[in-house]
Design a protein around this ligand. Structure first.
Ligand SMILES: Nc1nc2c(c(=O)[nH]1)N[C@H]1C(S)=C(S)[C@@H](COP(=O)(O)OP(=O)(O)OC[C@H]3O[C@@H](n4cnc5c(N)ncnc54)[C@H](O)[C@@H]3O)O[C@H]1N2
Ligand code: MOO
Length: 445
């Protein structure tokens, strides 16, 4: 069976997949969802002309000439704290005390901050006069209504992830609710009789189930909900029972399986769907991540992705196939669904597998000495694990903040089939904190 290109397998997964239904929710409940519709301002920011300083609202003409040697004394005819609905009239030679954020009286055009007056004690009671010691510029410390957004201006595009700042932008422009997409519900099912719950004692041949946690974390990072995390043994019939329970109980949109998709005598995913048209088994031209399964559980049931069991294969397969699926369901824009690789210069070389595109868990860093932006160099890349892209290096994954892609066609660039320091490769950087160097590999590969 020939190997399927990565792009073709991904296109097959995404074919016909539409964003989940939209719903209107309060802004607090919108956090973590994506906007289903573009949002325009129904309120200007700022909504009113207001003061940027605690001080005195004045008519500029009265204080234009003020200076330490020519102080100007004004009569204080009012006081406008923040939130006050008052609009006191101000005649020539008059001023109104005003606080930051309070609406500017209609008759004023300028604010003098209190440090530039003789009333510079903020705790002092309101006095009947104020002496301006320094002339402001015309219009100084006045925030114009609508200077950030006017009514009708765009605030956020459809597909935008509602983060704290986005929710704040929606609230400040007048929204109380937002139309968002439902977040995908994902059930994670780890298969394998060798798996033991984390922290449990191992018998010979057993290993801790790390993929369940890896996937639960990746699902959450992709903005989806972890609806269930289950385990199925390799015993005949067990996976089928677990899947039926998960589909009924957790109503997932997507089921992500790990393990049991290759050629093993006991591979349960293969066995469960042998002869079924609903699930397709594929060998993808990537390393790691070669054996993959994709399908649907029942006519209207959840989508199913069967990822290989090796932990690095799980990570790569999730990022390259499952994450774009979840982001599409969540309503993300195309450039978020499919991150465009950038280029990086290789700092430490590594071995390539030959024959398949390599997806190497990598540490990607800006060149040293970028404190001064003019010195900024290209990003640098090296393997996260001393042993490169081997698929069982579960402990080294935590040192990766992205992956490097070395297409099969480029792997013969050097006679030794390695990637060398100074080579330029494509990288995808994940929005992760760069791991501390203490977690870096000790040597080259
Ligand atoms: N004869 C062949 N053997 C294999 C082939 C092949 O083409 N022909 N492909 C290899 C490749 S490539 C991969 S990748 C694996 C995929 O195998 P499975 O998807 O069937 O996965 P398992 O055999 O169940 O497990 C593989 C490996 O991963 C460990 N594992 C599984 N689940 C977990 C978990 N939840 N947490 C941590 N580690 C897990 C498992 O113990 C195995 O070491 O097949 C190759 N073989
Ligand atoms: O494809 Mo497997 O993931 O090479 O280890």
């Amino acid at each position: 069976m020939s190997l399927v290109p990565v792009a073709d397998h991904l296109a097959g997964i995404l074919a016909g997949v539409r964003p989940l239904p939209e719903l209107e929710v309060r802004l607090g409940a919108a956090l973590g969802h994506r906007l289903a519709r573009p949002v325009a301002a129904s309120l200007a920011v700022p909504p009113w002309e207001n003061s940027a300083m605690d001080g005195y609202a004045v008519r500029f003409a009265d204080v234009a000439e003020a200076a330490p040697e020519r102080p100007v004394t004004l009569r204080v005819v009012g006081d406008v704290p923040a939130g006050s609905p008052e609009d006191p009239p101000i005649g020539p030679g008059e001023a109104v005390r005003i606080m930051t954020g309070a609406s500017l009286p209609t008759d004023a055009d300028t604010v003098v901050q209190l440090e530039h007056t003789d009333r510079d004690d903020p705790a002092a009671p309101l006095a009947s006069t104020v002496t301006v010691l320094r002339g402001p510029r015309a219009g100084m410390h006045v925030r114009r209504a609508g200077e950030d957004r006017r009514v009708g201006d765009p605030v956020a595009a459809a597909g935008t992830l509602v983060t704290g700042p986005v929710a704040a932008a929606l609230a400040s422009t007048g929204a109380g609710t937002a139309w968002v997409r439902r977040r995908p519900r994902v059930a994670v099912v780890a298969t394998g009789s060798e798996l033991v719950a984390p922290g449990e004692r191992l018998g010979r041949g057993r290993i801790p189930d790390s993929n369940s946690l890896l996937l639960a974390g990746l699902v959450a990072d992709a903005g989806a909900e972890v609806a269930a995390v289950e385990h199925a043994s390799d015993a005949p019939g067990d996976l089928e029972l677990v899947l039926a329970r998960v589909v009924d109980g957790a109503a997932p949109d997507v089921v992500v399986l790990t393990g049991g998709v290759s050629q093993g005598a006991h591979d349960p995913v293969r066995r469960a769907f042998a002869g079924s048209d609903a699930v397709r088994f594929t060998r993808v031209a990537m390393q790691p991540g070669k054996p993959q399964a994709v399908g649907r559980l029942g006519a209207d049931g959840p989508l199913l992705l069967g990822l290989p069991g090796n932990p690095v294969s799980v990570w790569v397969s999730f990022l390259v196939f499952a994450r774009p699926l979840l982001l599409t369901l969540a309503g993300a824009p195309d450039d978020v669904v499919l991150p465009r690789p950038t280029l990086a210069v290789v700092e430490t070389g590594w071995r390539t597998p030959g024959g398949r595109d390599q997806y190497l868990p990598a540490r990607i860093a800006e060149a040293a000495g970028v404190a001064d932006a003019r010195d900024a160099g290209p990003a640098l890349v090296g393997p996260a694990a001393a042993l490169g892209s081997k698929s069982h290096l579960a402990a080294s994954l935590a040192a990766a903040n992205g992956y490097a892609i070395v297409p099969a066609a480029d792997q013969g660039r050097h006679d030794d089939g390695r990637v060398h320091p100074g080579d330029v490769v494509a990288v995808v950087r994940l929005a992760l904190e760069l791991p501390h160097p203490a977690g870096a590999p000790r040597g080259g590969v």
